[in-house]
Design a protein around this ligand. Structure first.
Ligand code: PAF
Length: 283
């Protein structure tokens, strides 16, 4: 595996692979890799000759009071994990390489219909930062396929929409959420939890399971399902940002005839803000 820190370096690799007619898969990450990321890599390898992973903690997607400075950075361990996963190139640029020296107001990509709700309401500017960096990375790597985790369901929806609207020639693949044995969705931010907080954190998954079971058994009162989910998280001592039932296709509120739904939750436990979701079909 090669470690590359410059845009020009990635482009040189990609040019050579393209000339050899090879297909390229890409997994963008912010590093601090865990088994959830490795499952994305395994999916990325299928049907491709090469795969690139990026490790870049993107300042543009963090709000002023968020955890950019403290976000866990473990580059040596990440490199070993990527090598073991069969990665060809680990792209690890610094902020100046991605945004230019001292850039204060870079071009931004806004996907307005999907970003004012759910996490967008609580993290203004977050999805603009995500869409912008992913667009930049796509333009650098020029992958055939890019893989993202379904745990960040709204992020995946934003990226799919950006790819469609801006005609990126990239196939976006969503990978199922990987969970700990007690159901907690794997996330780098789980490290912020104290032992006691870690004990209550799987309550998010349990509340999502209860909501999807209710929907599957025909419960029609979406607002009641949302209230009950939020109350269950609050009863565990979590500060609930939202517990919401939405249409999978566009994250809007479901009407009576909508069958393909997703239940999404975000809650703060101590220093950690955790998100999770489960997809469910109405009977
Ligand atoms: O999901 C993440 O790790 C990040 O939001 C991403 C997609 C790598 C963009 O910085």
């Amino acid at each position: 595996m090669q470690t590359v820190t410059t845009i020009a370096g990635v482009r040189a690799c990609v040019r050579a692979w393209r000339q050899a007619g090879e297909r390229i898969a890409f997994v963008p990450t912010m590093g601090n890799l865990h088994a959830g990321h490795i499952s994305l890599m395994e999916l990325a390898r299928q049907g491709h000759d090469r795969f690139i992973a990026s490790i870049f903690v993107n300042p543009m997607q963090f709000g002023p009071n968020e955890d950019f400075a403290h976000y866990p950075r473990t580059p040596a361990r990440d490199a070993q994990m990527l090598q073991d996963a069969g990665c060809d190139v680990m792209f690890m640029p610094d902020v100046a390489e991605m945004y230019g020296e001292g850039a204060t107001a870079p071009t931004r990509i806004d996907v307005p219909e999907l970003t004012t709700t759910l996490c967008g309401e609580f993290r203004p500017g977050h999805f603009e930062g995500v869409a912008t960096v992913v667009a930049k990375l796509f333009n650098i790597v020029l992958p055939d396929t890019a893989v993202f985790g379904e745990k960040d369901f709204q992020q995946l929806a934003v990226i799919r929409r950006m790819v469609a609207d801006l005609c990126f020639p990239v196939t976006v693949v969503g990978a199922p959420t990987v969970r700990e044995a007690d159901g907690l969705a794997m996330s780098s931010r789980n490290q912020y939890l104290t032992a006691e907080e870690r004990r209550i954190a799987p309550g998010i998954h349990r509340a999502l399971l209860a909501a999807t079971a209710a929907i599957r058994s025909g419960a029609a009162d979406v607002a009641a399902i949302e209230r009950s989910g939020a109350a269950s998280l609050a009863a565990h001592g979590m500060q609930v940002d939202y517990f919401a039932v939405r249409r999978r296709v566009d994250l809007t509120h479901p009407g009576a005839g909508d069958r393909e739904l997703v239940v999404l939750a975000a809650a703060r436990i101590g220093k950690a803000r955790l998100i999770d979701n489960l997809q469910v079909d109405r009977p």
